[in-house]
Design a protein around this ligand. Structure first.
Ligand code: ZN
Length: 79
């Protein structure tokens, strides 16, 4: 079973036939096409940003370290 980057992004059942990386069948569905068309606006930087956030979330790290200074009030009152 081929698992290359050229598989259809949506169903992963058939090879993609266009830049959206959709197969013939998925590309024929307007809703699916629009779904992946939006992703074309994503930059590699944005994609990396999302991946970083995902990784941090998985490690239970704060997503936005700058906000660490803001202690939640509930913490102080939890005694
Ligand atoms: Zn497909």
């Amino acid at each position: 079973m081929p698992s290359s980057a050229t598989d259809c992004l949506h169903c992963e059942q058939r090879p993609s036939i266009n830049k959206l990386q959709l197969c013939v069948r998925c590309n024929a569905v307007k809703g699916i096409r629009l779904l992946y068309f939006k992703k074309r606006g994503w930059t590699p930087e944005w994609e990396q940003h999302l991946l970083r956030l995902t990784a941090r979330a998985q490690q239970r790290l704060p997503l936005f370290p700058k906000e660490e200074h803001h202690e939640p009030r509930a913490k102080a009152a939890s005694a």
